[in-house]
Write a protein that binds this ligand. Structure first.
Ligand code: TEU
Length: 563
């Protein structure tokens, strides 16, 4: 059995913290614009305090033309007027602090908006001092520097005729990649990061950070997209050397303030795990996307797969075991880029309240840092849209087109979006059953899920056994005096792996032991184990049925037992 790890005196407050991601555009509107705002978040801090969270990851609120909902920043030191003012931001930091909640900003460092002053200047001439803030290659309009395709579809290069040059963008053309080889760029970014730290934020979630390292030769890769292009991901996963940049970044910014950092890292080389999240890693932690990636198809959402339980369990356990002696991963079920988790990780027959509680328990008691996404705590689900026009997300629109080009009908293409669109997680937060779910008095920027009359906070406040109240208990358990140390630093090991539809693991620290057992099967399950003999149940979403050494679990039942 792997040894319990990590010298806890060496790390920070965040190790035993529970985080909550807010997508500000969809959380709470106070002005009737149909868009959420910072004042809205402040007005809901009591709710978040009662939920028991310690930190908020705020998706981008800086000035932005919103082509990619704030992930295209045009001014890193200004709040987008849509969300309020810098005074509102200061008030949010202060009000959160009063409730012992830290604010984690979203930090987009790979690219900025094409409306950022740096890019607008860069476009003026090759000699402009900002020109070299971006990545350019000479050429004529007919031949891009290589055949790379961007993450959201279309080429990763855009031509600027008056310069006779192409610029590089891994995301949409309105998100030009910055040139991390230019020390001036680093200086600008480091100064900005430190400015935010001085304002009192606790740290950052760092966007698409591995993408900062390019292969400057821009070789051609084997085409892997339906459009005959090779995804930029091929470059990201093969290029070396990002570590030096990340260490320099850390040294000049985060380390000075003991900031908490969580990296959004896809396509990392497995052997680099320690370099990323070990004792002296680039980041405090990074998201574990391993199970999310299981649905990736050979290109295009319409070719995505349904996740088999067996793969889900094996992959989850593998990630846990790999990180055990190294550091902490951040565990998610969903975020603003992912569909709602119940539709993805639960078998159809368990896509209900009980299943959602089970999935929440399994995820939150893993080793690592739990990150909840807004609405997860009330069981918000994917949102049916009547046509592609109802979607806002650029990625969804390109995936829809891709599906049509591949010969799918409009109905089938829409179905793929229903399963995987990022907008599934971005529909407004469902506070109550008043018009627009209490999110706004205006017209919401994105459709409210029609199920808001039955799935909302107000209703669940009143219902003793609601998903919301269950999450409150779950968080309280994770942070309880008695078990906080165990859930934070305790060992992790899979159990009952021979059971084909049971997901079960053990967390232990010293003499203390907790077992989490979940039945993903359609039928009741009966399991025998000595552990059940004289154990105590800490949490369940149903009735505990134990007789001697036999535990009976209903479908979608989870139990958390201790001895
Ligand atoms: O997401 C990054 C992203 O899209 C990854 O899924 C991508 O596949 C990977 O980096 C490729 O190597 C972040 C944000 O979470 C998302 O909302 C933004 O749209 C995106 O960056 C661009 O800023």
């Amino acid at each position: 059995m792997a040894k319990p790890v990590l010298d806890k005196t060496k790390r920070g407050w965040w190790e035993s913290a529970v985080f909550y991601q807010i997508y500000p555009k969809s959380f709470q509107d106070t002005t009737g614009t149909g868009v959420g705002d910072l004042k809205g978040i402040i007005s809901r801090l009591d709710y978040l305090e009662k939920l028991g969270i310690d930190g908020i990851w705020l998706s981008p609120v800086c000035a932005s033309p919103q082509v990619d909902n704030g992930y295209d920043v045009s001014d890193y030191c200004a709040i987008d007027p849509m969300f309020g003012t810098m005074e509102d931001m200061d008030a949010l930091i202060a009000e959160a602090k009063k409730r012992n909640i830290s604010i984690i900003m979203d930090l987009v460092l790979n690219h900025c908006s094409d409306q950022h002053i740096w890019f607008r200047e860069a476009l003026k001439s090759r000699e402009n001092p900002y020109h070299d803030y971006f990545i350019w290659r000479d050429g004529d309009a007919s031949t891009p520097p290589n055949d790379m395709g961007s993450v959201f579809g279309g080429p990763a290069w855009t031509y600027v005729p008056h310069l006779g040059q192409w610029y590089f963008h891994q995301f949409v053309p309105q998100q030009p990649d910055m040139n991390w080889e230019n020390p001036k760029v680093l200086q600008e970014l480091y100064t900005m990061i430190n400015w935010w730290m001085e304002k009192g934020v606790a740290g950052f979630r760092i966007d698409a950070i591995i993408n900062i390292q390019k292969d400057l030769d821009f070789p051609s890769y084997a085409p892997d997209g339906a459009d005959g292009l090779a995804s930029v991901v091929r470059m990201v996963e093969s290029v070396n050397g990002v570590g030096e940049k990340l260490q320099d970044l850390k040294k000049n910014t985060f380390a000075k303030y003991d900031a908490f950092t969580v990296g959004e890292v896809f396509n990392m080389k497995r052997e680099e795990l320690e370099a990323f999240v070990g004792e002296n890693g680039h980041f405090s932690t990074m998201f574990d996307f391993s199970v999310n990636c299981l649905s990736d198809g050979p290109g295009g959402w319409y070719r995505n797969k349904t996740i088999a339980f067996d793969d889900f369990r094996r992959t989850l356990f593998q990630s846990q075991m790999e990180c055990l002696d190294i550091g902490f991963l951040a565990n998610i079920i969903e975020n603003h880029d992912e569909p709602r988790g119940s539709s993805r990780f639960l078998p159809e027959y368990a896509q209900n309240e009980m299943g959602m509680k089970m999935l929440g328990t399994v995820s939150m008691l893993l080793r690592g840092l739990p990150f909840l996404y807004q609405g997860q705590e009330i069981g918000m689900t994917n949102c049916p849209m009547n046509s592609v026009e109802e979607y806002n997300d650029i990625n969804t629109k390109s995936e829809y087109r891709l599906a049509l080009e591949a010969g799918l009908s409009e109905e089938e293409a829409l179905e793929a979006c229903y399963r995987f669109s990022r907008d599934n997680a971005r529909t407004p937060m469902q506070w109550d059953d008043s018009p627009h779910a209490g999110f706004t008095t205006g017209i919401p920027w994105l459709k409210v899920n029609p199920n808001y009359t039955s799935v909302n906070v107000a209703l669940q406040e009143k219902k003793e056994d609601s998903i919301l109240n269950f999450y409150r208990k779950l968080i309280a358990l994770r942070k309880s005096e008695e078990f906080r140390e165990l859930f934070t630093y305790g060992d992790f090991h899979p159990v009952l792996e021979e059971e084909t539809e049971i997901l079960a693991y053990c967390r232990s620290l010293g003499q203390k032991k907790v077992m989490v057992i979940a039945n993903f099967g359609k039928e009741s399950a009966v399991i025998s184990d000595d552990f059940f003999g004289d154990c105590r149940c800490l949490l369940t979403n149903d009735t505990v049925r134990i007789s001697e050494n036999r535990l009976t679990l209903a479908p979608a039942q989870v139990v958390v037992l201790t001895k």
